[in-house]
Design a protein around this ligand. Structure first.
Ligand SMILES: Nc1nc2c(ncn2[C@@H]2O[C@H](COP(=O)(O)OP(=O)(O)OP(=O)(O)O)[C@@H](O)[C@H]2O)c(=O)[nH]1
Length: 469
């Protein structure tokens, strides 16, 4: 913080007018760069400092030398608002960064605060929008800065410290000349204020100044303000004030009008944008609806295809099962038929063997002649029986498994084997076995008809049935 008391003690040592300027604004807006640029014409890119810096220089304003003191107030945090420099200053430069909206709102709060603090003794103010070279990053329109300046009755410029805008010098020079004229008009008042303090605190004022420096500065400022107020009231030129006010009203009306136009333009733009958005929205809604319908149809189609595939597979499965079942049944029937036929043949052969045995025995006995008549009788009854059974076997051979060569040949082998056994036990060439074998062989031609045979019967081949399929 600047030692204001020291400044108070050293000021006014010569007759050169002195103007004190406080540069305030949010951090990083370019306060230091601006101050250095104005005082030295040089640009310092990076200027980090965590303390207020005071610059002093003698400048020529309107052909007269002026001692200028500029305080670069570090960090204008509103919570720690720099009241002292504001009381100290004759003028203020409020800076914001056009690439940052929040620096503009901060500048607005600073302006309000300055107005509050210097309510009785308003000081010249200038609002600067810095970093105008960064147009592509602009967040704050020029009209916003200008409007804020009009609201607080101050000058406004957009500048670029980096590009050394000439408006920087214009702004400072105007501020200085304004301060200079104000100060020269106050010169007599300041004198009388000092006198007043002298009268109030007597001859020991120096001691008191040392003991209660801050208090005294405050008192001096208050008295100064009071005195200024009284004096200005005394010399007030109402007409001039009314003129100023009227001019201000006109310029405010102008801004008001331009703002209204801008608002109207924005409104129109937003309305047309809204209608086009609504149109776009309804188009999109229609598109979404169509897409939904398409998805629904596709799902339906998909389900139908799936159902079809499922029913097809079920049908083909049941067909395969049915086919398998019929094949199995057929196989079982064939097996049963073969077995039955085999049994039948075996039983016939067995019967034949028994008859032959009986015949042999009877033949032996016939030599004894006493039973010859009975043998002949029995032979007469048995031979037709064997003959008929042989015929049955041949029929079975003919019909069994007519279309299945393997089954038929198996069956024929069985029959032949059995008949061979029968023949070997027979002695006569015209025995039923030999006859039967000859007849079976005669019928052993490959089947020409495509038929399947089902032979059913009991173990003695009684009630035997052949089913052709
Ligand atoms: N592009 C551009 N950059 C600038 C301009 N003025 C200042 N800067 C840059 O802005 C940054 C901050 O500048 P300072 O002068 O340190 O800002 P300050 O307001 O004093 O910052 P504090 O000391 O934190 O309060 C630096 O990097 C500068 O180079 C300008 O006109 N244009």
């Amino acid at each position: 913080m600047i030692d204001i008391v020291q400044k108070m003690k050293t000021e006014d040592k010569n007759n050169m007018p002195k103007v004190r300027i406080a540069v305030i604004g949010k951090s990083n807006v370019g306060k230091s760069a601006l101050t250095v640029r104005y005082l030295t014409r040089r640009y310092i890119g990076e200027y980090r400092s965590n303390t207020d810096l005071l610059y002093k220089q003698t400048l020529t304003i309107n052909n007269s030398p002026v001692e200028v003191e500029v305080v670069d107030v570090c960090s204008c945090d509103l919570a720690r608002f720099p009241e002292e420099p504001i009381y100290w200053a004759d003028a203020c430069v409020v800076v914001y960064d056009i690439t940052s909206k929040k620096t503009l709102s901060h500048a607005m709060e600073l302006l309000q605060k300055v107005h509050q603090l210097r309510m009785q003794n308003q000081i010249p103010l200038v609002l600067l929008g810095n970093k105008a070279d960064l147009e592509h990053l602009r967040e704050v329109d020029e009209i916003e800065g200008r409007t804020l300046a009009v609201q607080h009755g101050c000058q406004f410029y957009e500048v670029s410290v980096a590009e050394n805008s000439s408006l920087i010098y214009t702004a400072f020079d105007l501020l200085l000349s304004e301060c200079r004229s104000t100060l020269s008009s106050q010169k007599t008042r300041k004198f009388s204020v000092s006198k007043m303090i002298g009268t109030l605190i007597g001859n020991n004022n120096v001691v008191i100044l040392e003991v209660f420096p801050i208090l005294i500065v405050r008192i001096k400022i208050l008295l100064n303000n009071l005195h200024l107020h009284l004096t200005s009231t005394a010399v007030m030129d109402y007409n001039a004030i009314i003129n100023d006010l009227q001019l201000e009203i006109i310029s405010l009306k102008k801004y008001n009008y331009s703002l209204k136009r801008q608002i109207e333009d924005n409104l129109n733009e937003s309305t047309s944008m809204e209608s086009s958005l609504t149109e776009e929205n309804s188009k999109l809604q229609l598109l979404v609806f169509n897409l939904k319908m398409e998805i629904k149809n596709l799902r339906k189609e998909n389900k139908e295809i799936l159902d079809k595939v499922e029913s097809e597979s079920v049908r083909s499965n049941s067909n395969v099962k049915r086919k398998n079942k019929s094949i199995q049944t057929e196989k079982n029937c064939n097996d049963t038929a073969i077995q039955t036929a085999y049994k039948t043949v075996s039983s016939y052969i067995q019967t034949d063997l028994n008859i032959n045995d009986v015949t042999t025995q009877v033949k032996v006995k016939s030599t004894k002649k006493q039973h010859k008549s009975s043998f002949d009788k029995r032979k007469e009854t048995s031979e037709p029986l064997i003959q008929s059974k042989c015929n049955s076997i041949i029929n079975i051979c003919n019909s069994t498994a007519a279309d299945k060569k393997s089954d038929k040949s198996l069956f024929m082998e069985l029959v032949e084997a059995s008949i061979d056994t029968l023949s070997s036990t027979s002695t006569s060439a015209d025995t039923p076995g030999a006859n039967m074998k000859a007849r079976v062989k005669h019928n052993k031609s490959p089947a020409t008809k495509k038929q399947s045979v089902l032979i059913l019967g009991d173990s003695q081949a009684r009630n035997m049935r052949v089913i052709l399929k």
